[in-house]
Design a protein around this ligand. Structure first.
Ligand SMILES: [Fe+2]
Ligand SMILES: [Fe+2]
Length: 292
């Protein structure tokens, strides 16, 4: 039996961490009963209060998923037509793979570009997180820095997820589309992880070409908006704040910003692949942090 003094010392050591065995049960019961006696609010119990954030005008910031310092104006002057001409066998494999994957996507979505954008962003947000995780683990294993690449790749994943949050305001997924996303995510996450383990230069090249296809899709989206086949509704509030857009912006302005983001992702991933192709590691060349 543990003495109450010893048990108390253990609880101080383990804090909120989960441990296995009887101590877990004891800790949960103890904390639960204490929490109930003091307050029903986890905020009060843990003494962690959400930070209050104001925008530049001093108004309350209503978004919890991003802060004013995460907002930016997309650089829409970036070259949309830039293309990495495949030279090596690896480049050709990457380009061919993406072209093959586009085929079923075109058939499934056809000209439903709002839905297409929402669904494709669920895939586009995966590679940055996988690559960032891979580099994170590598950094730990080798006791070395990453040259800022972990943060850059996680920034990309976050940016793609913000695209998804934006398009969720424009188009809601149906039950079978949610099921498709779960299936595709399971397959794509594992496939991309395997690709990254096997060849980071192939993995980044694949994403470079995927982003080129994303630019093409958003260009088609803009054409449909311009010819009136898709209604140019007001921009969602989340998009106006995230991209610092004027208050009267429309869906078209949002798509222009998103397309510019994709062009930046294209450049970052082709750049990363080129570094590997030169026989270097990413950490040898400073990452393009905050490249929008
Ligand atoms: Fe995206
Ligand atoms: Fe992208």
């Amino acid at each position: 039996m543990l003495s109450s003094r010893f048990t108390s010392a253990i609880l101080k050591q383990i804090g909120t961490r989960t441990v296995i065995g009887p101590a877990t049960v004891f800790m949960e019961r103890t904390m639960s009963s204490t929490a109930q006696s003091s307050s029903n609010s986890p905020t009060d119990y843990w003494n962690i209060t959400p930070t209050k954030v104001n925008d530049l005008d001093g108004n309350h910031w209503k978004w919890s998923c991003f802060r004013p310092m995460d907002c930016y104006a997309a650089d829409i002057s970036i070259d949309m037509d830039k293309h990495h001409v495949p030279t090596s066998k690896l480049d050709k494999i990457a380009l061919r793979t993406i072209k093959i994957l586009r085929f079923p996507t075109d058939i499934f979505f056809q000209k439903r570009y709002g839905c297409r954008a929402m669904m494709l962003e669920t895939v586009a947000a995966v590679p940055g997180m996988v690559a960032g995780l891979f580099l994170h683990l590598k950094s730990l294993r080798r006791f070395e820095h990453s040259g800022g690449w972990i943060k850059t790749l996680l920034e990309e994943a976050e940016n793609e997820r913000m695209h998804l949050m934006t398009f969720m305001e424009v188009s809601q997924p149906k039950w079978y589309e949610r099921a498709l996303v779960i299936t595709v995510q399971g397959m794509f996450f594992n496939a991309y992880l395997a690709a990254y383990l096997a060849s980071p230069k192939l993995a980044h090249r694949l994403v470079g070409y995927l982003e080129e296809e994303a630019i093409h899709s958003y260009t088609e989206f803009l054409k449909e908006l311009d010819n009136g086949n898709i209604e140019n509704v007001p921009a969602p509030a989340i998009a106006i704040d995230y991209w610092n857009l004027p208050a009267d912006s429309t869906l078209r302005d949002v798509v222009v910003s998103v397309r510019a983001d994709e062009a930046h992702h294209r450049d970052v991933n082709h750049f990363a692949s080129d570094i590997y192709c030169r026989g270097q590691e990413l950490k040898e060349i400073s990452a393009p942090l905050g490249y929008h």
